[in-house]
Design a protein. Structure first.
Length: 229
């Protein structure tokens, strides 16, 4: 009987060895999975922005007021995550505007004005880079973040008019320092897909006041899109 007990004990011990190894492997796998994070993330979305104060677009012979605020821009970004809390973001945004208005053209004396249609098309492009900070674990359903980005803004403004008495096509450009600072929120929709929204303050040194001196164009940007991670 004693020999039977010993055999049963040895059998139970040998049978438990694979189970213990499997349990240990599962624990190691869970620990490895918890320490992993997505190294790269890509964002693309719609951009809406409001800007103040207005700027003066100076063309040959005349000046037109305007700004670079937009309701139909876009924002693209790539984020290289260094760890669960810190990443380096490269951000590109484009702001588009288009205005159509009548102008009176007078080419002789005494003046007999001729009215025709003109267009003003301002465009602004941000090229920014900087840190992005995760304010909570990125694996959560709702994950807030904040970024501080720095770089350059490049602008173009095109004036065009065409009519029976006068045709003109002029473009003015400017490049200056820009930055964007603000918070955002990621809402996880699937394992590798999140809905991202962000609001930031985007000052740009590319404007001109009435005297022609450079001024800061202060912009608030709202971006909504998808984040692939």
């Amino acid at each position: 009987m004693q020999r039977l007990y010993i055999l049963v004990f040895l059998g139970m011990f040998l049978a438990s060895l694979p189970l213990s190894a499997q349990t240990q492997m599962q624990a190691q796998a869970m620990q490895t999975q918890s320490s992993q994070f997505s190294k790269l993330a890509f964002f693309g979305g719609y951009l809406d922005s409001g800007e103040f104060p207005y700027t003066d677009f100076k063309f040959t012979g005349f000046t037109l007021p305007g700004d670079f605020g937009t309701h139909h821009g876009f924002d693209l970004a790539i984020i290289r995550n260094l760890n669960r809390r810190l990443g380096i973001k490269g951000d590109f945004s484009a702001h588009f505007q288009s205005h159509t208005f009548p102008v009176n053209v007078c080419l002789q004396t005494p003046c007999v004005p001729v009215q025709q249609t003109a267009e003003l098309n301002p465009k602004l492009f941000n090229f920014l880079v900087g840190p992005e900070f995760a304010l909570a674990d990125r694996r959560r359903r709702l994950a807030p973040f904040a970024h501080a980005l720095f770089g350059l803004a490049h602008t173009t403004a095109t004036f065009k008019t065409s009519g029976s008495v006068f045709n003109s096509l002029q473009t003015t450009t400017e490049t200056g320092f820009a930055m964007a600072v603000g918070p955002g929120l990621d809402m996880r929709m699937a394992r590798r897909l999140s809905l991202r929204t962000s609001v930031d303050f985007n000052p740009k040194w590319v404007g001109r006041d009435d005297a022609g001196a450079r001024q800061v164009q202060k912009d608030l940007r709202l971006a909504v899109g998808v984040l692939f991670h």
